[in-house]
Design a protein around this ligand. Structure first.
Ligand SMILES: [Mg+2]
Length: 182
């Protein structure tokens, strides 16, 4: 059976309409999973501007976004700040614990959270949130249990795809007056 069979937006419209927080992994979701190292030991990642636009528009529509990563702070914090993402947890050992802190701050229920992941360290979060989403190039274990599998790959528009789908499911149109950013 095709892993994505039945795992499409149309099969999850009720859950998409209930989302009050979009949670994002970084490596493999906001990026293609590549981590480049220089000879001096510095590392860097590539983020996607289309994902950034989707995040900004989703937040402007009243849906906050959080980032929960096992990666080290630095570039992740810079990117999050640029996009106005207020809830950023890096160097995290237990993603589910971080998520509980965020939903408490927002006073929402875990069932109203959508999380996009790509690898097995996202599975503890998948067990706690209401809508689980795997990027198209997620590992098989993640795709197998996800409610929804994106058409686009991590770092290649998967986050933009979901941000737009959530906005559409909740009937909010893209605004032309979102804050400027890049
Ligand atoms: Mg990942």
């Amino acid at each position: 059976m095709n892993a994505s069979q039945g795992k499409q937006p149309n099969n999850n419209l009720d859950k998409l309409a209930r989302v009050k927080l979009l949670s994002l992994d970084v490596d493999g979701v906001l990026t293609d999973g590549g981590i480049y190292y220089t000879d001096s030991g510095d590392s860097f990642r590539k983020f996607n501007a289309k994902d950034g636009m989707g995040i900004v528009h989703l937040q402007a529509a009243g849906i906050p976004v959080c980032i929960i990563s096992m990666g080290l702070p630095g570039a992740i914090d810079h990117r999050a700040r640029r996009l106005g993402v207020k809830y950023v947890y890096t160097d995290v050992a237990n993603k589910a614990q971080s998520m509980r802190e965020i939903v408490d701050k927002l006073d929402i229920n875990l069932s109203q959270v959508a999380h996009i992941g790509d690898d097995i360290n996202d599975l503890p979060l998948f067990e706690t949130v209401g809508l689980t989403i795997a990027v198209a190039d997620a590992v098989d274990e993640v795709k197998a249990v996800a409610d929804l599998i994106t058409t686009n790959i991590g770092g290649g528009g998967a986050v933009r795809e979901i941000a737009d789908i959530i906005r559409n499911a909740q009937g909010t149109n893209p605004s032309s007056t979102v804050p400027s950013f890049n």
